[in-house]
Ligand binder design. Sequence first.
Ligand code: UDP
Length: 327
Amino acid sequence: MTSVLICGGAGYIGAHMLKMLALQGYDVVVFDNLSTGHRAAVRWGKLVEGDILDPSALERLFATNRFDVVIHFCALSLVGESVRDPYNYYRNNVAGTLNLLEAMRRARVGKLVFSSTASVYGIPRDDGRLDELHPTIPINPYGVSKLMVERVLQDAAHAYGLRSVALRYFNAAGADPEGDIGESHVPETHLIPNVLRAALGVGDGALQVFGDDYDTRDGTCVRDYVHVNDLASAHLHAIHFLEKNPGAHCFNLGSGKGATVLEIIAATREVTGRTIPFTRMPRREGDPAMLVADTRRAEAGLGWQPVFSDIRDIIETAWRWHCSPHY
Ligand code: UDP
């Protein structure tokens, strides 16, 4: 049986990964410091509490378990926070990952699937879809921290033969269609959960729309929202890909479709039947006008395709999660 370590498996995307792997018969261990993740989300595997910043905890983890592959989700991932506190981002995302890579090397675990981000691209050079050959000039420490790790992975492939796939996520959205797990951040900064909270009338005030003067079809930012289970299934494809392919690789993961902030609000109104009050605010620092994925490389290389193609279906799964009692 293939044995998988999920670092960050108590978090939003990691928990969906955990459920999918476990249901497919993989043997899964989660390593998580529970700083942003939820103990209650780890329902399909063993949880080992620990921090990638603690080399001795990693040492113990690899000494007491045998892993064929590691999936690494642990990261700080808020753009604004990374601008305000870059040291924290470089420590967690870069130094922490180095600890993990060194522990893997000592334990002779030679395959890694790494969570990267569309933030590695920075400002798109035109308003088309971004492919993996687009220049990588991140405009915030979060994006830089992920790009630094991608660079380390290339060097590790050359020096140590580490096989890796870096998956550059666009905007993860939605929840487990069965309602077991979903997105729950404190504080919540992401658009779709905030729109749903506004629909439910919870939270500290009206939804804020950051910037309506962008050069887009309605003035608000365009993003590519991809269902969290589609992201998880891409990791499964990446595990199979690593069986056959040495080297360090990167793939975009998105739906290939863009939606503006106002379109998300309108679609949520449709799905929920609720009114969604919002106020228009100035732009948020570090937000590019448009980020939409060209996913052809992932489709051809990984044999992956997203199943959820309509943003309303994605919002529907998140709505069900938000309406039911959850962690
Ligand atoms: N956004 C917004 N109001 C919110 C949260 C987000 O207008 O309460 C906007 C944000 O400025 C961006 C888009 O929605 O244009 C997606 O933001 P999110 O934080 O969900 O993801 P990001 O693209 O930053 O990873």
